[in-house]
Design a protein around this ligand. Structure first.
Ligand code: ADP
Ligand code: MG
Ligand code: MG
Length: 247
């Protein structure tokens, strides 16, 4: 599904990714762990096409297509979802408006008819219910005044509505208490653990992986993958720290 080969990228002319290669198949959940400043968020931004992140070498294909040639909205329409470490607040735009626009823009890009207001609300209600989120919250401006946990729940509602093929979730566990962590973990499993989907979980800590069991764990250090293994690698990292294992 996703094939990253020898990816080099710079931010403000500073090399951050330095030859990163990673291959993700449908049905797989991958976790990327690594020390602060290793380039984890940069990888997520490069894959989503965020301006200011310049690819200087290497290639990325998504379902056989050149991802780096696609505009950010084309990447989303092709089924890529990025969950941010710090979800944005959008005053003046309700979650319902925002999500309906986003979903219908993706449907249009794919050549599908837009959902009517009624159809959309039904879908939104089902996803909000599944995340234990009150519909009233979905009518409020995007993330404004939401707690850390509510923002992450909201992100899972977004993901459930957009129904991506590949979700890249950057520190979805940061700032969550243990109950919110479980709810979010269950959300990821419910929405994404399917043979035709894949997940790239970016995380500092092992604890989210108690809820979302990865098939593969990778260490990202100094802009490249320095080690790969199974779920046991996450436990080893938790025990030993990154320093020993990164080299
Ligand atoms: P991680 O998510 O692994 O903690 P990041 O990808 O956020 O790491 O950052 C990697 C490196 O890139 C860090 O050294 C960071 O300071 C630098 N960096 C990130 N964004 C910018 C920016 N906009 N301008 C300059 N340097 C940046
Ligand atoms: Mg960081
Ligand atoms: Mg980060």
């Amino acid at each position: 599904m996703l094939q990253i080969t020898n990816l080099h990228a710079t931010v403000a002319d500073k090399p951050i990714l330095k030859g990163l290669s990673l291959s993700i198949n449908a049905g797989e959940i991958h976790a990327i762990m690594g020390p602060n400043g290793a380039g984890k968020s940069t990888l997520g931004y490069v894959l989503s096409g965020r301006p200011g992140y310049e690819v200087t070498e290497g290639s990325v294909t998504f379902n056989g297509e050149d991802l780096l040639e696609m505009e950010p909205h084309e990447r989303a329409a092709a089924g890529l979802f990025l969950g941010f470490q710090y979800p944005v607040e959008i005053p003046g735009v309700s979650n319902v408006q925002f999500l309906r626009e986003a979903l219908n823009a993706q449907r249009k890009q794919r050549g599908d008819e837009p959902l009517s207001g009624g159809e959309f609300l039904k879908l939104a209600r089902a996803q909000a219910d599944a995340m234990g989120m009150d519909m009233e919250m979905l009518k409020r401006p995007v993330n404004v005044g939401f707690s850390g946990g509510e923002k992450k729940r909201n992100e899972m509602v977004q993901m459930g509505i957009l129904d991506p093929a590949l979700a890249i979730l950057d520190e979805t566990d940061s700032g969550l208490d243990i109950d919110a962590l479980r709810v979010v973990g269950e959300g990821i499993n419910r929405i994404m653990r399917k043979p035709e989907k894949a997940v790239l979980l970016i995380t500092h800590y092992q604890r989210l992986l108690d809820y979302v069991q990865p098939d593969f764990v990778h260490v990202l250090a100094d802009g490249r993958i320095t080690r790969s293994g199974g779920p046991e690698l996450a436990l080893e990292l938790e025990r030993e720290g990154y320093r020993e294992l990164a080299a």
